[in-house]
Design a protein around this ligand. Structure first.
Ligand code: NAD
Length: 457
């Protein structure tokens, strides 16, 4: 791999040829990518199995299908979305036309994490290419099999001057961040997000930060408890809880707490069997550091289910914790593992008010059949996005922009939002040269001022 500065120089030269702005070039690039993915399912499954012990169903549903959906949508819409849009001009500028021209930013940096290592790296590539950019891509060092596969895929499909993959760890990331880009699209932790934003600030580079946080899941006394239990357990345990939008902790009305815990125990057994550690389809924790971190978090807690682990396979049982205090260590950091702390509440409105004092999470979930509670939750709590009566599934809807707010990030993508994230919208007013209203020029007159004020009404 040539030095980063060399890759960037070539990408800038290539971008300047306007080749990436050509719609047929974008479509051809997206088609190649789609065909490659469709022809390499087994390779993707194998890489995700190696990195995270993901079963093929999860690998397809949560990684491949999301990318293919994005590709399909971009291929269908890229021509329309790239066209300039006419908007109404105004009387002051008569006669004129006003248009918005979508244009690619130029050369983007895409940095991605390890938890959905294929999807979270390739979906931004799809959006970058559709919007007509060049990109340098940095997959995560913690998912080496998938990162190597993405490197191989991009080498086969794209010239480095269009899309280049730089593999490596923190030092490579830091070296990448020392360079100038037209956009940085970062997915990862809030801590590294701040480092990225600082680096971007040096050049006033726009950033999209897709970060994490502690996403609450609330179950009130009117919820359908059996269904809530199934959907919460599923959302928590998919990818062994290593999901940015996983319900991080559970807040249940005290009157239904016992029932919900019992239903969740049943749901866990139904999904993963009596011995989840023997279940071939249960994903592993990414590395020993995270495994040890998670085991330490449950050490002093009251375990109501699970708690066992296997340090050889790096698997931790689905674990339910009965937590009484917000001050406990597990309530201080994003869990990112198959562990669900359960707290109870007695007053819904007080609970929501208390949650507003915490950092704004990436997701929040409410299980209820009470319209007033639903309204109060949506009106008072700020968070990236979420579901009523489900978990995680909001990100499967391409028409819902996906992203955080506050500490959980800024900017959105998925579907049109992805195209927008990688586009600058250039506003152009085109004036006629036939008429030139003299009133706007000095020396100003009282009559001119009165006319201007009248126009404003
Ligand atoms: P991370 O922030 O540690 O790493 C992300 C990327 O940053 C990697 O490519 C890594 O090489 C690079 N990096 C790490 N340390 C760096 C440093 N000091 N300087 C520069 N670059 C550095 O995140 P992770 O552990 O890979 O992923 C887990 C986090 O990502 C969780 O917080 C999770 O919530 C979040 N996440 C968010 C989304 C989302 O879409 N919002 C999706 C998945 C994960």
């Amino acid at each position: 791999m040539p030095p980063i500065s060399e890759i960037l120089k070539k990408q800038r030269q290539f971008f300047a040829t306007n080749h990436t702005k050509d719609i047929s070039f974008r479509i051809a690039s997206l088609r190649k990518l789609e065909h490659w993915i469709q022809g390499h399912y087994e390779d993707i499954f194998a890489a995700l199995k190696q990195d995270l012990n993901k079963p093929p169903f999860e690998a397809y549903a949560t990684e491949i299908a999301i990318v293919l959906t994005e590709l399909k949508l971009m291929l269908k819409k890229v021509r329309r979305w790239s066209n300039p849009k006419c908007v109404a001009s105004n009387l002051i500028n008569f006669p004129s036309s006003a248009k918005i021209y979508p244009e690619p930013y130029g050369v983007a940096l895409i940095m991605s994490p390890w938890n959905y290592p294929f999807q979270l790296c390739v979906a931004p590539i799809v959006a970058a290419v559709a919007a007509g950019n060049c990109a340098v891509v940095k997959p995560s060092e913690y998912s080496p099999a998938t990162s190597a596969l993405i490197g191989k895929m991009c080498k086969e499909l794209f010239d480095d001057e269009h899309i280049a993959v730089v593999e490596g760890g923190v030092s490579e990331s830091q070296a990448l961040l020392n360079e100038y880009y037209d956009l940085i699209f970062f997915t990862g932790s809030t801590t590294v997000g701040k480092i990225v934003m600082q680096a971007a600030a040096k050049h006033l580079t726009p950033v999209v930060l897709e970060l994490g946080g502690k996403s609450p899941c609330i179950v009130d006394e009117t919820a359908s408890i059996k269904l809530a239990a199934k959907r919460i357990v599923w959302g928590k345990l998919v990818n062994a809880g290593q999901t940015c939008v996983a319900p991080d902790f559970l807040l249940v009305h005290e009157s239904v707490k016992k029932m919900l815990i019992e239903e969740m125990k049943i749901a866990i057994q139904d999904m993963y069997g009596e011995k989840p550690l023997d279940n071939q389809d249960f994903p592993k924790i990414i590395n020993i550091q995270h495994f040890n971190r998670l085991m330490k978090l449950i050490r002093d807690e009251k375990i109501v289910m699970g708690g066992d682990s296997n340090p050889i396979t790096l698997q931790i049982e689905p674990t339910l914790l009965d937590v009484v205090s917000w001050d406990t260590p597990i309530m201080q950091e994003e869990i990112f593992g198959p562990i669900l702390p359960i707290l109870s509440f007695s007053n819904f409105e007080d609970l929501i008010k208390m949650l507003t004092s915490l950092p704004k999470p990436l997701a929040a979930y409410l299980f209820t059949s009470d319209k007033n509670n639903e309204r109060f939750f949506l009106r008072n709590l700020s968070f990236g996005g979420g579901c009523i009566n489900d978990t995680i599934m909001h990100l499967s809807v391409s028409k819902l922009p996906f992203g955080g707010v506050g500490e959980s990030g800024m900017g959105t993508y998925h579907g049109k939002a992805g195209f927008d994230a990688f586009s600058h919208y250039k506003s152009i007013l085109k004036k006629s040269t036939l008429i030139d209203v003299p009133m706007r020029y000095p020396p100003y007159s009282h009559k001119g001022l009165k006319w201007l004020m009248k126009m404003q009404k």
